[in-house]
Structure formats: structure tokens, C-alpha cells
Design a protein around this ligand. Sequence first.
Ligand code: C2E
Ligand code: CA
Ligand code: CA
Length: 651
Amino acid sequence: MKRNILFAMDYYPLAIRLDSEMSIVIAFSALLSIALVLFVFVVRQYLLRAKAEKEYAIAQTNFEATNLQLVESEKELNRQFHKINEQKEKLKISRERYRLAVEGAEVGIWDIDMSKREVYISKKGQQIVGFENCTNSFITLEDIKNKILNTDLEEVTEKFHKHLDKESETFEVKCRIHVENDKYSWVNIRGRALHDQEGNAIRIAGSLNNINKEKLVEARINKLAYYDSLTALPNRAYFNQLIEQYIQIKKVEKFALFLVDIDNFKAVNESLGHSYGDEIIIKVAELLKLHLKENTELIRLGGDEFVIVVSHISENAELKDYANQIIEQFGKPFSYKGVSFPITLSMGISTYPMDGLKADELLKHADMALYDVKVNGKNGYKMFSFELDESFNKRLTLERDLRQAILKEEFELYYQPKLDIELGKVLGYEALIRWNHPQKGLIYPLEFIPLAEETGLIIPLGEWVICQSAKQLKEWHIMGHNELTIAINLSAKQFKDVHLVNLFKRIKVETDVDITKLELEITESTALVDMNFAIQVLNDLKRLGLKLSLDDFGTGYSSLNYLTQLPIDHLKIDKSFLNNTIEHKSGEEIIKSVISLAHACKLKVIAEGVETKKQLDFLRGENCDMIQGYYISRPVPTSEALEFICKDYNE
Ligand code: C2E
Ligand code: CA
Ligand code: CA
């Protein structure tokens, strides 16, 4: 550029001087412009570079950050990867454990895919169910159903569907499964269902195990709890369950209870011993079993009581026929260890729903009917009716009143004179109890003595009679009638009471009565129930000085054989026996022989129920020792009793 300026001065010397200055300025300006342009260029370049550098720096920083993130992500991935691997390992162990558990467990595992209706059953499960030979472990629901015993199938299906429908927390059922031939196995099946969002069961899985042993133990316990060991018949607990089942579950429309009781069993049991009693119970159970019809169940309620439950009956006539059939099978003598004894039954029948809606009510009503049979001569049956209920309630009231009466001493002794035929004199009395009921008036012994006997109230009542008679006799003796006697009636329960002998010892001391003038009257049946026992007690009483009479002779066994064995003093011929024989000529012969036989046994004979002179004359002719009856007097209160002793009846 410098070379270009020098060149211009060389060619234009003066004029051009001015021009050269101009040129300098121009050149300078040009140079300045050029410099400016250059400067701008340089600055611009610089700025561009600076910007580029800045951008580069930013990019560099971003890149580093991204890189860092990538590294972190990779690390995270690695961590996750390890975790997954660990879990995979755990899952593997768990699966292994599950497989071992399933294979080794005593229980079988099952799983049902509800959509395919396919059933998976573990090997053990297949063993339990009896699918061992099955190659495919997938079995259909139908296969399972076919395995379940028909009788159990309904329950299983019901419980299964209930659980699928979310009506139960778990599915659990005990049922029987066919295993081979006619054999079956008891299994317990448990499970839980899985439901989808709509609430449909998609699968259900669980366990099953063999519970044969459990069931065996249960059966044994059941046998102990629900069966009677003597007869192997079901017992009372079973009865209660059965009736509940009939009413609540099976909803049987009509059924009947036959309450069966062996007649006179107590007496036989006590006199011939419990082993004899047991044999009778076994025999009765066998006979009853023989005559069980369809739809009947025989249960031993306890003691000598059985109940036959007859279901699906339509007519009462049917029941009566059946009752007659049963009664007819009995009545024949039963022999055991050389002793022969006729067994008869009494039955009370009640029907559901007419006579009661619950087991205890039905039983109570059957018992009322049975009671009625018992008091009306036994060996028969009776169907319950609400009139019976009424009489039963009356009996309850009577029992309550009787208890009160004993406490309040509402009783009185009447005395019936006994005439010595030969002397024509009244030498003694029989004490006969009367009840002065505050509302009902005078009540006779036959109306309350049987109930007192049955309820045990006869013990305190009898003690009162004994005490009262002893006091009365003492009073008469003090009055100077030293030879008078009083006869006291003893019931069977009193006779069996272990305190009886001591009671007389005590009375003797307390009243200071001449005990040889007290007589005790026991009936044939009381004495004969247990001869050995009777002989022992009678001897004890006799040693105390008491006199003993056999009452109501002719009504019971009427056997004279035992007369020699019993240490008795008097024989009382029963009034009915006397009446019958006097009416019919042939009967006279019997009376004659009884009197002569009694005399041969050194027993005095008293004829009861003598109402006519004709009867008295006949008896006198036969050398009967004493008479008692309306012909002389009815039983009278104490105040009138002594009137008879002054009379001479032979005049
Ligand atoms: P029993 O021991 O056979 O007493 C005789 C029953 O015959 C009495 O009835 C008496 O009144 C009645 N009698 C007496 N003579 C005649 C007669 O000529 N004709 C008729 N038709 N009957 C006559 P009663 O007093 O009603 O006593 C009934 C039964 O009650 C007694 O029969 C006896 O077994 C029992 N009994 C009475 N008092 C007692 C007692 O204090 N203790 C116990 N354990 N039983 C008693
Ligand atoms: Ca009597
Ligand atoms: Ca009598």
C-alpha cells in the first residue's frame, strides 16, 4: 500500500501538490476505512468465536450431565437386575419348597380352574381320592362328583356353591369317597376361591386329607355317648337328637312315640338280683327288635324304659295295631337260671304334632298314658289324650296337697273292730287312715296311699300312723283295756325301709306301749318280692315282740307254699276273695282249705269284708278265728271305737 502512495507523488509535482494533500487525506481516509473494515471484521470474528466457545462450553456441560445420568441409570439397572435375580432365586427356592411340601405332605392339594372345569390334584391327593392310576393329573369336576358317596354329594355341592357365591369364608366339608369295591374313605376337604372383578369365581384351591382314623375315634365316642352298653341300642341322647332331626331337619309330618316299660321290673330286679334284671332287659330289647317295622327306631331310655319311634304314620288305627302286635309278643314266661317269670309290657303312646311339639313334651305325654296303663292293671297300651293330662295335673295337685297335709298333720286314724268269733268279743282293731282335707273333706286311703307310695311320702306318713297307733294303744291300755290290739298297715316301701326296725324300737321306748299288742299287716306281694329279705325283716320285727299278719290273702299269688316259710301269726283272707267264694258254692271249698291249711301252719285266720250274718255263720262253721267287716262295724273315729268292746256278739 505504501508503494502505491509514493507512485502518485512522483507523477503530479505542483498543481498536483494540492492534489497530493488531498490524495493523502483520501489515502488516509481510505486507509482508515480499510483499517476500520479490518477492525470490524476482526471484532466480529472475535465475537463469533467467543459465542461459539460459549456454546461449546454449554454443550460440554450438558453432555457431561447426560453422561452422568446414563451412568446412574446403568447402575440402577444393575441393581434392579440383581434384585430380580435374587427374587427369581427366592421364587425358585419357594417353588421347590412348595413342591417338596406338596409331595411330602400328608394332605393332598387341589386346584380347580373354574372356566375349564379342570381339577388338578397333587399325587398325595390322588392317592387319597383313589385316582392313583390316572395318568393325567387333570381330572374333571364330574370325575370328582362320581367319587363322592351319593348320600354325601348333596351336602358337598351345597357347601361348594355357597362358598363360590361368597356365602361362606372357606369351603370345608367332610364326606365319604368311593375308593375300591364297596369301600369308602372319609376325607376332609378345605379350600378358598379366587374371584374376578365381577365377583365370579375363577379358581378355587385347597387341601384334602384322609380322616378315617378321626372318624373311627368319633364313631367310638359316638357309640359311647349315643349307645347303651347293655343292649347296644341307641340311648336317650340319641333319642333327643333323633326327635330334633325329625322335627327340625327332616320335617317329618307325623310320628309317634311308644314309651315301653317292663311290668313289675323293679320288684324282679330287687328280688332276683340285678344280673337277672339285666337279662330281662336284654331279652325285652331282643324281642322288641324282632318286631321293629320299617321306619321305626328302638331306643333304651334307661332302666327298664324303652321308646319306639314310629315315623311316617297316617292313621292312629295303625299305631293301635302295632301296639297290639308288640303286647302279644310278651306275656310268655322268661326263664333264666332256673327261675321262670312272665314278662309283660305297658306302653304309653304320644304322637307328633298332636300331643306335643318337642321331645320332652311328647315323652311326658307318653309317660302320662303309660302311667294310666300301670294304674289300670298294666300289660296294655294307652294313647295320650288331653283328659289324661287333666288327671295328671290333678295328681300333681294331690301330691302337693299331700306334702302340705303331712306337715300340717291333716290325718286321722279310724279304727275297725276285729271280732273273735269263738269269744264273740272285739279284741282289737285295724287302724285305717283318713285325710281330713280342708277343702275336699274326708278322703279315703285308696285315693292317696298309692300316690304316697309312689312319691315316697308314705315313709313320713307311715311313721305318723305307727306313732299315732302306738300312742292310742298305750292310752287304751292305761284305761284298763290291756288286751286290746291295733293292727297297722305297712306298704311295700315302708317294709323295705332300712329304718323300719329301729323306728319300732324307738316308738317302744318313747310311748312305752306293750309292743306285743301291735300287729303289722303286710300284703302277699310285699313279702313275696324278696322272700329272703322279707323273712329277715319279719324275724327282726318279731324279735321286738310285734305280731305279723299277711293281708289281702287271695289277691296275689295265692300260693300256700310260702306260708310255712314266713314267720307270720295271722292270715287275712281278702274281702273280694271271700265275696266270690261265698257267692259261688265251689268257692266255699277254697275258703275251707285255706283255713285248714293256715291252721296247719299254726296261723290264725281273719276274714275281711264280712257284711252278712250268713257269711259269719259260714266262717264260724269253718273255724275261722276272727272276722272284720261292716257286719260288725265300719271303721270309726277314736271316740267311737271303744263302744264295741263291751258287746257280746255271741248272745
Ligand atoms: P285293707 O288293709 O284291706 O283294709 C280294709 C279295707 O276294707 C278298708 O278300706 C276298710 O274300710 C274296707 N272294709 C272293711 N270292711 C269292709 C266290708 O265289710 N266291706 C267292704 N266293701 N269294705 C270293707 P279303707 O279304709 O278304704 O282302706 C283301704 C286300704 O288302704 C286298706 O286296705 C289298706 O291297704 C290301705 N290303708 C289304709 N290305711 C292305711 C295305712 O295307715 N297305711 C297303709 N300303708 N295303708 C293303709
Ligand atoms: Ca289291712
Ligand atoms: Ca285287707
